[in-house]
Design a binder for this molecule. Structure first.
Ligand code: G3I
Length: 301
């Protein structure tokens, strides 16, 4: 196959990208995005500050722009993200305790109702673990009680039973890291107690050199063995080594429950870390060596 989406589809997988509503008027951008990818994650447009800027006043203008572009072009959508310490609107940042807990539940219900039946998978909870030590990240949500994550997942399941429900985080790709083990133990606990969780998203924001580790495959296999799908959700690699991109692709392809990959932007110039030139297309929209290595890996599967 000659595009990433079609090549991934040969093994029943998807290949996606983050899409920014503000770039949908750029035809060079939309031409590449439409040609290469068959899954879309709104980069910012379905986050809490975008969808509920004032308490209980929901706004889906930007989210719907990305959603409609995706569906009109035959793509599915990953929702991102419902409960997170980041990009909270001011009103939510100032809440605590049971008031914040109620607001979180109301937010999940409000956003999921709007997109009910339309989303392939939701990143229900994002980045809830601390960067070191293997425990939870301190946040206003965490201070509402340790059960906030399972409450978010139970709320989400009831709000849209058709959507797959994911936990999404970064720096959980290396099996030897405490953060990876912390998330693994949470998923294991959820599966043992029947807390609804369907997938784990590995953001995969890699630096050049040592950050990508060959044991990523072990991590994907270990989580999949708990009975969840695993997805690479925000992939970018500092410097975009073709070898590293091929290795990551092959790690996903080696795990039957790794059912899709998403890169976090189209061209380097679209990236949240554009100075790292971490993506598959350069600023002029040309395919980089990493593009070819990913395509070849997908076609060899
Ligand atoms: O839209 C406003 C614009 O009106 C304003 O003038 C400008 C001034 O700074 O800001 C613009 O908003 C920015 C927004 O991106 C849209 O470009 C925000 O400042 C900026 O903080 C925001 O950054 C996003 C970041 O999440 C914030 O948390 C990135 O685009 C987005 O790629 C990044 O994505 C996250 C994932 O959601 C979670 N995992 C990590 C990943 C990378 O940080």
């Amino acid at each position: 196959a000659s595009t990433l989406g079609a090549a991934a589809a040969q093994s029943g997988r998807y290949f996606g990208t983050a899409i920014a509503a503000g770039r949908l008027g750029d035809s060079a951008y939309t031409t590449i995005a439409n040609r290469e990818f068959n899954m879309v994650t709104p980069e910012n447009e379905m986050k809490i500050d975008a969808t509920e800027p004032n308490r209980n006043q929901f706004n889906f203008t930007q989210g719907d722009r990305v959603y409609n572009w995706a569906v009109q072009n035959g793509k599915r959508v990953r929702g991102h993200t419902l409960a997170w310490h980041g990009q909270q609107p001011g009103w939510m940042q100032s809440l605590s305790g049971s008031d914040l807990r109620s607001a979180m539940i109301n937010h999940i219900n409000g956003v999921m109702a709007h997109y009910k039946g339309k989303i392939y998978s939701w990143d229900v909870v994002n980045e809830a673990y601390a960067d070191s030590g293997g425990g939870r990240r301190d946040s206003n949500l965490q201070r509402t009680g340790n059960d906030w994550i399972e409450v978010a997942f139970r709320t989400a399941r009831a709000a849209d039973p058709a959507a797959k429900l994911c936990y999404n985080d970064y720096n959980i790709e290396n099996w030897t890291w405490a953060k990876t083990q912390g998330v693994y133990n949470m998923v294991k606990d959820f599966k043992s107690r029947g807390v609804p969780i369907d997938c784990v998203g590995f953001q995969s924001h890699f630096n050049s050199g040592s950050a990508y580790n060959s044991n990523f495959r072990t991590t994907l296999q270990s989580f999949a063995a708990l009975g969840v799908d695993v997805q690479i959700t925000e992939l970018d690699v500092q410097g975009a080594s073709a070898t590293t991109y091929a290795n990551i692709t092959n790690d996903c392809l080696a795990v039957p429950r790794c059912n899709g990959m998403t890169v976090w932007g189209v061209r380097d110039s679209d990236s949240w870390r554009s100075g790292d030139t971490p993506l598959l297309f350069d600023g002029n929209g040309n395919k980089k060596p990493a593009y070819t290595s990913v395509l070849n890996a997908l076609n060899a599967a």
